[in-house]
Design a protein around this ligand. Sequence first.
Ligand code: F6P
Length: 520
Amino acid sequence: MLAIEQYTRRLLKDFHPIVAANRPPVDLAPEPADGERFVRGSGGLVTGLSGLAQATGAVWVASVRDGLERELELGNGGEPMMVETTDGSRFQVSWVNPPRLVYDLYYNAIANPLLWFVQHYLWNLAEAPVLDDSTHRAWTEGYRLVNQLFAQQIVREARRGRKRPLVLSHDYHLYLVPRLVRRELPDAVIQHFVHIPWPTPQYWKVLPHYMRDEIMDGLLAADIIGLQTYSDVRNFLLTCEENMGLPVDLRQQTAFYRGRTVWVRRYPISIDVREFERSAASPAVERAEREVLRWRPEQLVYRVDRMDLSKNIIRGFIAYERLLHAHPEWHRRVIFWAMLQKTRQNVPEYREYARQVVQTARFINGRFASGDWQPIRLELRDDMNRAVAGYKQFDVLLVNPIYDGMNLVAKEGITVNRRGGALVLSENAGTHEELGEWAITINPFDVDATAQALHRALLMDPVERHARAEKMRAVVQQNDVARWISAQLQDIRDLVEPLAARQPEVATGDTIAVGREGSI
Ligand code: F6P
């Protein structure tokens, strides 16, 4: 990260940067030792943003969530606090502390069961969603209120600094923040990055007018809207055009709203390759790997996921079941290891999904197990060292989401895998735009095609498998998180300092050469 840090600090020397995201960069340590209350947070957003926050020295505005965080009363003083994690990372966190019920409406009634669902096309529309007055209440008394609290905190942070505020707000939890901040800080540079897919304008129409119009009005107060893929950029612009009646320029990737031009750009998020490789070589991961080597079979199919409906875990199991049925030659020679973590258990759909995932795995094991061979090894745990051990050891990595913004599991897995493993990849994962050429592409809904893809991956000639793995690794190495950050900062600089007025700038380090791609 050193080169990117120097580059970032130079680019941002005239700004006071503030990052805002629902999740903080840290989690409470499961077994806190003296003075070590925090570990590095998990999840794609935190992975990408930690680099950005550290590189820019930005304050990170985040929400106090449930459980222990509340008991610690982190949000009390309103002053940012310096948090050090067990791995030595340091973050300045400024907490927003909404009342528990308000947070519940925002997170468990709007953000996850509505916005997440609409953006991943998760509904069976004949049955769901059923919207009513309670939805409207959750919107006004939950989602809108928490966004207001975030905006107030951001404005407070901005006013502490003497430079021009640069607000980097993130994801579907905070769609109203750009407008609320713009009202208070008309000169701020605001970029909002959406980590999850942007669906078609038609699908947005499942949501009521008041909600989708306020979302668009909120977002379009930003100067730049960042998305993961070309398809997201296109869908966003079409949503502006069709649902809002706005003029847009698909070639220039701009929308025009209330007399302002808004840039809509693609920045595919990634991982810190060097840091990830370092962690893969750590004693803790090697210990975990030795344990895996004690039981790993001839061929290991692997997946790591939160038990999210968008991840399509059940169809993945069904595809594997079909593989075992059609190809008994794989019995006892292959294990499908699924490392899954429970998530969002306050949302009924997630609880039910977790139940069905476990039930499906049990059913398949009941059908095919023989002797000491269990075809599926299901582990419900959140253990990064063990997950990385699995990354190093897989022969086939299954990444079959229904829709996914990017999917960093695919990038992490191919970066540290030691066996030239194959990637079976959904065409609807954002990362397919970068890795699809060398992965084995699947339609995630077609379980027979997925079974055939698994078979093909297991049988693939090792030379071809290694060559494909190498190609994919090279793509991730080139498009790593430093590039994600520098591409955004470059655009911010282009926005505030048009080309003609700019002093020539020499970038240091080869990780930060940025190619601007304009076609969607
Ligand atoms: O981008 C979607 C995202 O915010 C990811 O960063 C992360 O993996 C996931 O959703 C986390 O969701 P939650 O914070 O609800 O656990």
